[in-house]
Design a protein around this ligand. Structure first.
Ligand code: G6P
Length: 613
């Protein structure tokens, strides 16, 4: 979703702005724009120049005039919320005089009210966006006489909503003012130059020293440094931290797409999620960041997991793991629903928020709702220092590395591994025996190599994907542990290939969806070698009897009369099997999307980080 970049220093800002915006493309957007302050000449004062274009960053680069130069600049990728994607609605937005330029992530909730007042005072609006209100509002306060900082502070006091903003002023070209409230802003510290962005991925090529602003904070950024302060003008000291994500993580590294690269990165991602966390001596997991002692953990009677999209499905696998290993009732719910149903928060329930980005607004709002009512929340998050991670009382970082492709793969797998660690830890302070603990520890250690084995089947899966991709739709079925796998498999297929996909518990087939079964609607069936094997095979028989085609994902070959094709994956411990059964479904979705010529890493209508409601 929307992205922000900013540069101030001795160099020309435009190349960084364009490259930074390209780095943010993965988040999803529909238009882009940049503004720079062109330096004063003998005959003319410093002047703001703005260039915006609907479409890709490449379209913006093509539209950029040759002499679009300035040593201070801001840029934006927009994902439309107020008003259609268009050149006019793209950011930056400016005031009447074209002196103040603003880029904004988030939503100004009282934009209509502010717009009416500003228009009455002579502001001329040229877009349908809520953001344009900010440009006029800041300009109005700038006219009061104070500097840019004061004008931004005064303007933001009148704003209801969420924002991450960067503001440029042609009359103070030595600074950029940024502010954060609910939408991230990170400062990047360079050598006699400074950067800012909504996401570190835009910065890592230039600096590893970053400062994350907190909600309610602003910063004045100059070429030689920065000053952070609060909305009531109190100076705050923020120490820089070092980003440990590799620059290479932001390149496709020879793969055709980020998605394929990230699928193949899963063995390493799982190793990092596990690293230093397995305690073989006591057959448990060592989780330093939970901030809960054994007594507090033993008092937990229930676990509620909250996340959106794939994070929610990973949470379903997590809930299953916690119930099985720790025998604590656990349930996963979409954070987007939870926050709106006035949930009952219980003192002996542990809430766990799941988010790759740590920015998903619905998940953040759910965490805040739990905390407002006195609940305790752990975070299972990939992005260090992200909003959700900071809002939680403790948790586990995934250390999966940056995930660029919109569809989640390695973060999904690492999330489930993190839940396996959590379940093991809970289990061992409840009734999980040392023998079972050892069994899970060994199972987890074996996962990376087993994932590598699944990935070796890529060619076979590619051929199957080419065959199934042209189906009218696909059904995914699984039972108990297999059902969240089916749900995530269907999600992956629909989001990147746009093939309609439905997931059902295999046990529910005859209660409805069997009516859909025909040769045109194939079924992907999860058939693990566990206590439900016979029941799963019976379901396949029911499908075959209706001339449905079946692709089984199983631990041993399924006989030809029950499945047209079978992908055999290595067997783990039964509780961990869902992790491995999911991997072929990622490849299936990927190759189906490629076969259909889809924009795999940036599927239509979707964004990587959904930072609005
Ligand atoms: C968006 C993405 C999904 C993702 C979800 C949650 O909807 O398109 O792929 O699963 O957000 O993202 P998070 O960063 O919170 O895990």
């Amino acid at each position: 979703m929307c992205g922000i970049v900013a540069y101030i220093g001795p160099k020309d800002a435009s190349p960084f702005l364009l490259e930074g915006l390209q780095r943010l493309e993965y988040r999803g957007y529909d238009s882009a724009g940049v503004a720079v302050v062109a330096p004063a000449t003998k005959s003319a004062p410093a002047k703001l120049r703005v260039c915006k274009a609907k479409g890709r960053v490449a379209d913006l680069a093509a539209a950029l005039p040759a002499r679009f130069k300035g040593t201070a600049g801001i840029g934006h990728t927009r994902w439309a919320t107020h008003g259609v994607p268009s050149d006019a609605n793209a950011h930056p937005h400016t005031d009447n005089e074209g002196r103040i330029a603003v880029v904004h992530n988030g939503i100004v909730e009282n934009a209509d009210e502010l717009r009416a007042k500003l228009a009455a005072d002579g502001a001329v609006f040229r877009s349908e966006t809520d953001t344009e209100v900010l440009a006029h509002l800041i300009a109005a306060h700038r006219a009061d006489g104070g500097g840019l900082e004061e004008a931004v502070r005064a303007a933001l006091k009148l704003v209801v909503g969420t924002y991450g903003i960067a503001v440029l002023d042609a009359e103070q070209p030595d600074r950029i003012v940024v502010a954060r409230n609910g939408s991230p802003i990170v400062l990047g510290i360079g050598e006699k130059e400074m950067f800012a962005a909504s996401d570190v991925s835009a910065l890592v090529r230039y600096t590893r020293q970053v400062v994350h602003l907190e909600d309610g904070e602003l910063a004045t950024v100059r070429a030689d440094g920065f000053r952070t302060f609060t909305e009531d003008a109190r100076t705050v000291t923020r120490k820089p931290s070092t980003v440990d994500w590799e620059v290479g993580s932001y390149d496709t590294g020879g793969y055709a797409h980020f998605l394929l690269k990230e699928i193949h990165e899963q063995p390493g991602a799982v190793e990092r999620t596990l690293s230093g966390r397995l305690n073989e001596r006591f057959a448990t997991a060592h989780l330093g960041g939970l901030n809960l002692d054994a007594r507090e953990l033993r008092e937990i009677r229930r676990v509620k997991i909250l996340g959106c999209g794939s994070a929610y499905y990973a949470g379903e696998m997590g809930a299953q793991l916690i119930e099985e290993l720790a025998r604590i009732p656990a349930h996963s719910e979409p954070a987007s629903e939870f926050r709106y149903r006035n949930p009952v928060i219980e003192a002996d329930t542990l809430y766990v928020a799941v988010s790759q980005s740590g920015e998903t607004y619905d998940t953040l709002a759910a965490v805040q709702e739990v905390k407002r009512k006195g609940g305790r929340v752990l975070g299972v998050v990939n992005t260090v220092g992200s909003a959700i991670a900071r809002e939680c009382d403790g948790g586990l970082y995934l250390h999966a590395g940056p995930e660029i492709s919109v569809a989640s793969t390695k973060a999904f797998t690492s999330t489930v591994v993190a839940f396996a660690l959590l379940a093991l830890h809970f289990g061992r302070i409840h009734d999980l025996s040392p023998a079972d603990g050892r069994r899970i520890v060994a199972g987890l250690k074996a996962l990376p190599d087993q994932i590598r084995k699944v990935l070796e089947q890529q060619q076979e899966i590619e051929a199957l994907a080419a065959e199934y991709a042209h189906s009218r739709g696909m059904m995914f079925i699984g039972r108990v542990r297999g059902y969240p796998v089916a749900r995530e498999g269907a999600q992956k297929l629909k989001e990147i290939s746009y093939v309609h996909a439905e997931a059902y518990p295999a046990s529910e087939l005859k209660h409805g969806p069997l009516a859909l079964i025909s040769p045109e609607l194939p079924t992907v069936a999860l058939v693990p070698d566990d206590e439900l094997l016979d029941k799963n095979l019976t379901a396949l028989g029911e499908i075959k009897a209706r001339e449905g085609r079946v692709l089984a994902v199983a631990h041993r070959p399924v006989e030809a009369k029950l499945a047209d094709h079978c992908l055999v994956v290595p067997k783990s411990e039964p509780e961990l099997d869902p992790l491995l059964l999911n991997i072929p479904l990622q490849l299936l979705a990927y190759h189906a999307a490629v076969a259909l010529g889809r924009d795999v890493d940036k599927p239509r209508n979707l964004a990587k980080s959904v930072t609005v409601e």
